[in-house]
Design a protein around this ligand. Structure first.
Ligand code: ZN
Ligand code: ZN
Length: 182
């Protein structure tokens, strides 16, 4: 059971990758509306220079999870890093996010959630909805949930924004049951 979610902005020392405060505030409000948990936005961004690959122009998400975990979040607290940098794991060209399975740390990126990335006009509302779905997905992993075969479920795997858009911002019933047991 989760009692709190801490949102940690992640950026390079140059400030690059820092998500706008408005994005974090909207995400925090969406969490407060849908979970009965406290959601705090950390004021101090966490530096992730060490995880950034200047050749790929992406940050490797897995070491960032370890660094978030080192903050030793209190029991039943999920610490979720949010960045505007593009993320990857070595076997994949990119990831929207990553989480520790049944662990306290997760990370999400807004980079490929923005319509501008695909050459389209920006839509703030779409970014907020997608980011919240990605938060639900990664937080689900921290509660021990694996990928779901129901494509409407937020725990189904998605490798494109189109797939994120057709998912509901909710867990299917079996996932919701497993979540509350987690
Ligand atoms: Zn997943
Ligand atoms: Zn499901």
């Amino acid at each position: 059971m989760i009692s709190a979610i801490h949102l940690v902005p992640l950026s390079l020392a140059s400030g690059e990758g820092l998500p706008p405060l408005s994005v974090l505030d909207r995400l925090s409000a969406a969490v407060a509306r849908s979970f009965a948990v406290s959601c705090r936005v950390e004021t101090q961004p966490m530096n992730i220079d060490y995880a950034f690959d200047g050749y790929r122009m992406q940050a490797w998400s897995t070491p960032i999870l370890a660094q978030l975990q080192q903050r030793k979040p209190p029991a039943n607290t999920v610490v979720l890093g949010v960045t505007a940098l593009d993320l990857y794991v070595p076997v994949l060209t990119f990831v929207f996010g990553e989480a520790q399975l049944a662990g306290p740390a997760a990370i999400v990126s807004t980079h490929r959630l923005r319509d501008e990335y695909y050459g389209l006009p920006p839509r703030e509302e779409a970014v907020s909805q997608r980011l919240f779905k990605e938060l639900l997905h990664e937080v689900g992993h921290t509660q021990g949930l694996r990928h779901c075969t129901d494509w409407r479920c937020v725990m189904s795997s998605a490798h494109s924004v189109e797939r994120i858009d057709i998912r509901q911002a909710a867990y299917c019933q079996p996932c919701a049951d497993a979540f509350s047991r987690g």
